[in-house]
Design a protein around this ligand. Structure first.
Ligand code: HEM
Length: 163
């Protein structure tokens, strides 16, 4: 279970399970909210991470936003791609670069699709950033643009590694 594919070495710092120390959501049209979230980056021996994200209501503990996908890597170009399906009827393909020294990954959506009956507004752009603040502390920020609002921060969370 601890085996990590050679290709993932530059981003091996992401491997494992993470749980929020603090998660804050915002958006111009949304009242600020807190949330809890578990993240998983698991290598099954293939040159990619299986990605999972499940957020929970901070008081009720009920499931909120969920994501499942794969984080793929192209080490020759220091590129990564996150292919994600969201429980809100959305799929996003996000691509970007990693920085081995800063231990960060910056992604921007290159493709977004949705079911015919997903709830408006429609997400038209998504930016996501992973930064390792210390070996057991990860920060994730997400900015999004919809067909109704300009690019604005939606999520910022700090996670601790789950042993
Ligand atoms: C609202 C997308 C992740 C909680 C929204 C809206 C969109 C959206 C399009 C509607 C904004 C508006 O009405 O103008 C996304 C995307 C996500 C994401 C693309 C992932 C990349 C999350 C996460 C949480 C969350 C992790 C944590 C619980 C909420 C809440 C609202 C909201 C509470 C306001 C109420 C609602 O419209 O349901 N999100 N979201 N979102 N999001 Fe997210």
């Amino acid at each position: 279970a601890d085996y990590i594919h050679e290709a993932l070495k530059p981003i091996s710092w992401l491997a494992g399970r993470w749980y929020t120390a603090n998660g804050r959501g915002s958006y111009p049209s949304v009242r600020e909210f807190g949330y809890h979230e578990e993240l998983e980056f698991i290598c099954l021996g293939q040159p990619m991470f299986n990605f999972l994200s499940i957020s929970h209501h901070p008081e009720k503990g009920t499931a909120m936003h969920q994501e499942r996908g794969f984080l793929r890597i192209l080490p020759e170009k220091e590129k990564v791609a996150l292919v994600v399906s969201h429980n809100i009827g959305l799929t996003t393909i996000e691509e970007g670069h990693y920085d081995c020294n800063l231990k960060e990954i910056k992604l921007a959506s290159v493709s977004i699709a949705r079911t015919s009956f997903s709830k408006p507004p429609h997400v038209t752009n998504l930016l996501r950033e992973f930064i390792l603040l210390s070996p057991d502390t990860l920060q994730v920020t997400v900015f999004m643009k919809t067909d109704q609002k300009p690019l604005s921060q939606h999520l910022k969370a700090v996670y601790k590694k789950v042993e």
